[in-house]
Ligand binder design. Structure first.
Ligand SMILES: [Mn+2]
Length: 262
């Protein structure tokens, strides 16, 4: 029996099948944890969703920004675009099951030996606050998807304040969990810098703000494809840019072994 964490699939079903073969995935024995962004851009999003959905007893995913984009367009039909992959999902006979399953995916997965979220761990909150806010935001999304998804897009607020209204707090939590890369020294999210490094003064990757001993287990995130496979201390970035011609990465949790397919 083995548990694996898998980076951003982004609709690359063929790569997922190659990875499954390479790790010799056994449905009776192994578990897969996905870091979000199961869908969009790879061309095979429906197949990826169906594969994971059908194995949900052994496969779990956190929500990524592309998954939320799909949910946004599903729950707000007027916002649907020409995205062919999304259209194929909305027109599939099993779309209700798939969209309901996706909506109920968590924003973080907290395992005894790993913490998973799409973009990372907001380093200016203690661990309990982080977990509590992630759970709160997921619950709001589950209970009132239209109300919250309608208000999802926006770069404001850049930083958390206790006197923000509920929708603003929710948006900040979603942005920090699914879009975060660089932060300023006051904990403000930057939404423009997307490469592995930045020359903008005062910005550092979120994980460089993590206080020592903030976490006591490995942390896994995706989302940052320009960073590539990143492993330093307890911090592990697994978006190795599968959809951009890079690799799809899995890490076996027991021994941290990295397995990749291109
Ligand atoms: Mn992403």
């Amino acid at each position: 029996m083995a548990d694996y964490v898998i980076g951003d699939v982004q609709g690359c079903y063929d790569a997922l099948m190659a990875l499954r073969k390479k790790i010799n995935f056994n449905i009776d024995r192994d578990r897969l944890y996905f870091l979000g962004d199961l869908v969009n851009r790879g061309g095979q999003s429906l197949a990826v969703l169906r594969w994971v959905y059908a194995r949900q007893a052994n496969c779990q995913s956190v929500l990524g920004n592309h998954d939320l984009s799909l949910l946004y367009r599903y729950h707000l039909p007027k916002k649907r675009s020409k995205n062919a992959e999304f259209k194929a999902i909305f027109e599939a006979p099993d779309h209700t099951l798939l969209m309901n399953w996706l909506l109920h995916c968590p924003l973080i997965i907290d395992l005894p030996n790993a913490l998973l979220s799409h973009a990372g761990l907001y380093p200016f909150w203690d661990f309990d606050t982080f977990k509590q806010r992630a759970a709160w935001a997921a619950q709001k999304l589950h209970r009132k998807p239209i109300k919250y998804l309608r208000n999802m897009y926006g770069d404001y607020p850049e930083a958390w304040q206790d006197d923000l209204n509920k929708v603003e707090q929710w948006r900040f939590i979603i942005n920090s969990l699914t879009r975060m890369r660089f932060l300023d020294t006051a904990g403000g999210l930057n939404f423009t810098e997307k490469m592995a490094t930045t020359k903008k003064p005062g910005l550092k990757p979120w994980f460089e703000y993590l206080p020592e001993n903030h976490i006591n287990k490995p942390l896994y995130f995706g989302h940052w494809s320009t960073l590539g496979l990143y492993q330093k201390g307890l911090v592990n970035g697994l978006d190795s840019g599968c959809v951009w011609g890079g690799a799809l990465t899995a890490v076996r949790l027991d021994d941290q072994q990295v397995i990749q397919v291109s």
